[in-house]
Design a protein around this ligand. Structure first.
Ligand code: PGA
Length: 254
């Protein structure tokens, strides 16, 4: 049984006060407008994780980190480890995001190490994959995503991989205002589910949650989420506006 999931990736935005205000604005709106059974995961900047998690516990949303280091502990000045995040009651972590792959040179090997550390520390990875525009234009997008999924996830046991959340985020759609069409999202999500099925079996494929990310907003979420293989969204820009985020949370058809 899959969930309906909306995760907010705040990236490197908000001061402490703005973050706290935004969380209360979101919870007030959820109480006012009502909330369906969507699972909400908010991923604020790391310094605000504890504050967010305290508010989350009271208000029925989960809190995720945006990154962890690929080592468990040690002399890595400035870094944040999976055990640190986990010991604070944080439940999820975004890994493999294209911004980390591009700006911080994260390789598949590094991302795989992070996935393993997350899982070993009871954190649910939200594993991002997706092609850049040139790869889609060359019709290479399925192969790119196949490689990203197989290199990061295919070494896991079937009962473990079914707990991972996959986010398909075409890089050309992230922060650009250009959204994948519902048909493009559905096509890739079905492909990913098929990949998981061929490696781990249909039961696992039926269970795994696959989110869409990339300029998903209050205006297009309902159509994207109505696709049979789209289990929700990973939302960047629109997760910083309480009203839009709550509209997205409530965009699933029953
Ligand atoms: P966007 O970002 O919604 O602003 O396109 C999505 C993401 O990077 O997760």
């Amino acid at each position: 049984m899959r969930n309906k999931i909306v995760a907010g990736n705040w990236k490197m935005n908000t001061t402490f006060q703005e973050a706290e205000d935004l969380l209360y604005e979101i919870t007030d709106l959820l109480n006012e407008r009502g909330k369906n059974d969507t699972m909400i995961i908010i991923c604020p900047p790391s310094p605000y994780l504890e504050m967010a998690s305290d508010i989350g516990v009271e208000n029925d949303f989960f809190v995720g980190a945006q990154n962890i280091n690929d080592h468990e502990k040690g002399a890595y000045t400035g870094e944040i480890s999976a055990p640190m995040i986990s010991s604070m009651g944080i439940t999820h972590v975004i890994l493999g995001h294209s911004e980390r792959r591009t700006y911080y040179g994260e390789t598949d090997a590094v991302i795989k190490a992070k996935i393993d550390l997350a899982l070993a520390n009871d954190l649910v990875p939200i594993y991002c994959c997706g092609e850049v525009l040139a790869e889609r234009q060359k019709s290479n997008h399925f192969e790119v995503v196949r490689q990203q999924i197989s290199e990061a996830l295919f070494h896991l046991d079937a009962d473990v991989i079914s707990t991972v959340i996959i986010a398909y985020e075409p890089v050309w759609a992230i922060g650009t205002g250009v959204t994948a069409t519902p048909a493009q999202a559905q096509e890739m999500h079905a492909f990913i589910r098929g990949l998981i099925g061929s490696k781990f079996g249909d039961d696992v494929a039926d269970k795994i949650n696959i989110l869409y990310g990339g300029s998903c907003n209050a205006g297009n979420a309902a159509e994207l989420f109505s696709q049979p293989d789209v289990d929700g969204g990973l939302i960047g820009g629109a997760s910083l506006k309480a009203g839009d985020f709550v509209t997205i949370v409530n965009s699933f058809s029953e």
